[in-house]
Write a protein that binds this ligand. Structure first.
Ligand SMILES: O=P(O)(O)OC[C@H]1O[C@H](O)[C@H](O)[C@@H](O)[C@@H]1O
Length: 610
């Protein structure tokens, strides 16, 4: 990446910052660096309104804060109301933070207000300072990126203030992808102010327009559940001490803007060129359409595929639009997959590529309109990785099909380790296996999240697609022909179920049956009971190895009943060769769970009756 240089957009006081972000066509007004002199006072070292400032042990604020001022964090006008610690903890969603950031949806009050966001960002800095030694020549720096949501601007400003309050340097990337935000903690390039010591991605993935949230990274990867809990607890304490007093001083601190996506996309381009034997345009002759669903992934057409020589006409929904007017940006969504499939067929393209909002998930469609998502994408990626690393272990989530195991183990000669749901669980398990001597190069979920060892276990939908592009390019280079046949051929022999369904059974948390206990305890009791019922039914066999819920074979198929990672829901996956057999499995579950009145079995009732 040495060829790229000096991409700090908002240099000194030159007012470049209110322009449109041309590269990513941001539709909303990007952050205005306020060139209002009133806000450009030099920072008064350590004299912050935030009385808990000592709690985060500020390092050398005054030393590094004078001199260069690139632009300012925007002032907050939001009132600070009282928020309980428990409210902060409710914002945890596994290893992410998620909440409501836009008012107007009935029954969904705003939980991710600007002051709450500010406190969370400061808490992340405190968490970071506990773990990172200060550098001798500079303060710790935290980069911020966001997806296309309409609340992105407001939250980016609040996050910037939170980082400034903690005395750390703020670097804004603007519209970015989640994987790029991890990548920037690994990139060594001072021209781009990299590596960042920590980074924050503002996103709520595919959730509706009114939600938003945060993912946090260091060079060790994404933060885990325990870290998020610690940050939220700390944020609740910081919040209590927040006042609007002194906000101008915070806003007067330096915010620098960097076009980091240039580095990230250039890395992707280089990876494909290298795989094709250092050919400049290895995708020349390929027609590939991209569907970004109006999320952050539009860059992939213009900044990755086109430099590689591909034609991208017919690509759709590349412009960021936080109202997601076309379809949900989610490769698991039926309408989204139908949309990209139609685009491939209408344009007679060789391949279609679709991303979720923040580009950590993806799926593809071949020239005949065959979808590569869920189990089929895992099969395809497994075939590619097992060619490179024979015999390696593929770690997947728990809802993968039996046919996939047979394909990985019998056809590809690898090992399938079916673990738990949750991208972080899957990635952490693959990392763990390597540390105990079991080689694993791929961790991938049916949701379209996937991470490779060769790519620092970075959960990256764009990199998954790069692996497919490498295959296309090298097949062409070796004269094996163009089109997507090479990909389709790789999943030949994958046994797919005739029928597959996921039913999500809700637990009514207000039901008296819960007797004050948590929905988790209730859900676990349902699963335990089902397990006992299965044990006494000779037609059903429990999976000998299973890491969550209860997975059972019988009636020519299988089912898995487990607790959702986040919601008061028991998702039930059923796969069988026919709907009739799937209904038999559904009935077996229904007869066991019926006696749990707080469990809403409507979806299952309907399924078995239809
Ligand atoms: O347990 P569920 O409700 O099905 O949700 C599980 C999913 O939650 C989030 O979306 C995570 O990003 C995914 O990695 C995970 O698979």
């Amino acid at each position: 990446m040495a060829a790229l240089s000096g991409k700090i957009i908002s240099h000194s006081l030159v007012a470049k910052s209110c322009q449109q972000n041309r590269h990513f066509n941001t539709q909303y007004q990007p952050d205005c660096c306020n060139l209002n002199k009133r806000n450009l006072r030099p920072f008064l070292g350590g004299n912050l309104a935030w009385s808990a400032i000592s709690a985060v042990r500020l390092h050398g604020i005054s030393k590094f804060n004078r001199g260069i001022v690139y632009c300012n964090a925007a002032l907050s006008t939001a009132a600070i109301s009282s928020v309980e610690k428990t409210d902060f903890l409710k914002l945890q969603n596994g290893s992410d933070i998620r909440g409501v950031a836009v008012a107007g949806v009935e029954g969904e009050p705003v939980t991710l207000t600007e002051p709450v966001t500010e406190a969370i960002a400061s808490a992340f800095c405190a968490w970071l300072q506990k773990r990172k030694k200060p550098h001798s020549s500079r303060r710790l720096r935290v980069s911020i990126g966001h997806d296309s949501r309409i609340s992105a601007q407001k939250l980016q400003d609040a996050v910037s203030r939170g980082i400034s309050r903690a005395g750390l340097d703020v670097i804004q990337y603007g519209l970015a992808s989640t994987p790029a935000m991890f990548n920037c903690t690994l990139t060594e390039n001072e021209d781009f102010l990299c590596p960042a010591d920590g980074s924050i991605m503002i996103t709520a993935s595919h959730l509706p327009y009114n939600r938003n949230g945060f993912k946090f990274f260091t060079n060790a990867g994404g933060l885990g559940k325990a870290d998020i809990k610690e940050i939220l607890e700390l944020a609740a304490d910081i919040y209590k001490t927040l006042t609007n007093e002194g906000a101008e001083q915070i806003a007067s601190q330096s915010v620098r803007k960097v076009e980091y996506m240039d580095i990230y996309t250039s890395n992707l381009v280089q990876a494909v060129r290298k795989a094709a034997g250092n050919v400049e345009k290895p995708l020349e002759g390929f027609h590939i359409v991209v569907d970004a669903g109006n999320g952050a992934g539009g860059f992939f057409a213009g900044k990755v595929l086109e430099p590689l020589g591909a034609i991208t006409s017919g690509s759709q929904f590349l412009e960021p639009d936080g109202m997601f007017p076309n379809h949900i940006p989610n490769p698991e969504d039926k309408a989204a997959m139908e949309s990209i499939t139609k685009a491939v067929l209408n344009n007679k393209a060789d391949l279609g590529i679709i991303f979720d909002t923040d580009v950590d998930r993806s799926a593809a469609v071949d020239s005949s309109g065959r979808e590569f998502n869920r189990n089929r994408l895992i099969a395809l990626m497994s075939a590619i990785v097992l060619e490179e690393h024979p015999g390696t272990t593929i770690v997947t989530d728990s809802v993968t099909s039996d046919g996939l195991t047979t394909f990985i183990e019998k056809k590809l000669g690898g090992k399938h380790h079916r673990f738990k749901r949750g991208y972080k669980n899957v990635i952490d398990e693959a990392i763990r296996l390597n540390t105990v001597g079991e080689e694993s190069h791929l961790a991938i979920e049916t949701s379209g999240h996937g991470a490779l060892k060769e790519n620092h276990w970075l959960d990256d939908g764009a990199y998954l697609m790069v692996k497919l592009l490498n295959k296309l390019a090298s097949a062409k280079a070796s004269g094996k022909g163009g089109g997507s046949k090479v990909l389709t051929g790789l999943v030949e022999g994958l046994d797919e179920p005739g029928f597959a369904v996921e039913l999500r059974l809700k637990i009514d948390q207000t039901h008296a049956e819960l007797k004050g206990g948590s929905f988790r305890e209730y859900g676990e009791a349902v699963i335990k009971h089902l397990e006992n019922v299965v044990d006494s039914n000779p037609k059903l066999q429990k999976a000998p190895v299973n890491y969550e819920g209860v997975r059972v074979s019988g009636f020519g198929g299988w089912f898995l009943l487990r607790l959702s990672l986040h919601d008061p829901v028991l998702p039930l996956n059923i796969e069988a060769s026919s709907k009739e057999e799937a209904v038999n499995l559904g009935n077996a579950v229904l007869s066991a769970v019926r006696e749990f009145p707080a469990l809403d079995t409507t979806a299952l009732d309907k399924f078995v009756q239809a």
